[in-house]
Ligand binder design. Structure first.
Ligand SMILES: [Cu+2]
Length: 298
């Protein structure tokens, strides 16, 4: 321990090694708390296992929560020890421990440990983010492409105040207010908006992508088994933002076909009333749509 030039020679000093006590208490608490957090809190961490991307995000959240547990334990132990040991008792002077200012070992440990943690988490997070094609929306030219992205099933998501419409390019540009997806399929969401900035958040699928007017924001997701998931707008977009939600479903192939037939028939029956020309080619992203309540788009 380096000498502190500012310390008064007359100041009473406590010979107890508080540092060792704190470290031992921290190690014991961390050894108990970290596995408990991983085992009992880990499975509860969102967004769950609804899709490959959601599973990846849940795993990342579990790793980060487990890693942060010892950090939290250190703060709790430091705080509790300080409160218990260094509070003033009646008729008793509070003794300070030996000063650790200018202690090069503490400084070195602090820099090495925090740098290693931050660098590891940055590398780990980046790797995990890019591995499955993100699911967070990567603009019109995604850099993190999942395997088989060229044959991904496209669905265009159109946000508007205050609902989402889903356009299916492979079903002749059919538009629906229901989001139904086939199971075990790679989906390419092309997210956009008609008016304000929205955010398409398919919660249990682990997809959250900004919806900007005139922008094709692409997010990938690999669906798994049949499930119902929630869709919410995650960007404050006006008065009824809080009501901008609906449910989506991942279904087996036969149910997806049946739903497609009904949805296309329904859309064809209303299309003449909205003066929309028949769509050719089925481009994954279209700049004109059926929902055009304000005339600002479409
Ligand atoms: Cu919105």
């Amino acid at each position: 321990m380096a000498a502190n030039p500012d310390a008064s020679p007359a100041a009473p000093s406590d010979s107890t090694n508080h540092g060792v006590r704190v470290v031992v208490a921290w190690l014991v608490l961390s050894a108990i708390a970290t596995p408990l957090v991983a085992i009992y809190v880990g499975p509860l961490i969102p967004p769950g296992n609804g899709s490959v991307q959601a599973q990846g995000q849940t795993f990342s959240n579990q790793v980060m929560t487990s890693l942060v547990t010892p950090v939290l334990c250190l703060m709790a132990v430091f705080f509790a020890y300080g409160l218990l040991k260094f509070h003033a008792r009646r008729n008793e002077a509070v003794l300070d421990g030996p000063p650790i200012r200018n202690d090069s070992r503490v400084q070195l440990l602090w820099i090495v440990i925090t740098s290693a943690m931050v660098l590891f988490l940055a590398g780990f997070g980046t790797y995990e983010l890019l591995k499955d094609g993100a699911g967070g929306g990567q603009g019109p030219n995604p850099i993190a492409l999942p395997a088989g992205h060229k044959s991904a099933y496209p669905v265009q998501v159109i946000g508007q105040q205050w609902q989402f419409t889903y356009r299916y390019p492979k079903l002749g540009g059919m538009e629906s207010n229901q989001l139904v997806l086939p199971e075990n399929t790679l989906i390419a969401f092309h997210v956009t908006s008609l008016d304000a900035v929205h955010s398409f958040w398919a919660v249990e699928l682990g997809v959250k992508a900004d919806a900007n007017p005139g922008v094709d924001n692409v997010a990938y997701v690999n669906t798994k088994g049949p499930m119902v998931f929630h869709v919410r707008c995650a960007e404050l977009c006006g008065l009824w933002h809080g009501y901008m939600f609906n449910n989506g479903a991942v279904v087996p192939p036969t149910r997806f076909r049946n739903w497609s037939l009904h949805a296309v028939a329904l859309y064809s029956s209303i299309k003449p009333f909205v003066n929309r020309p028949p769509e050719k080619g089925g481009a994954p992203f279209a700049y004109s749509y059926f929902p055009q309540p304000t005339g600002r788009a479409g």
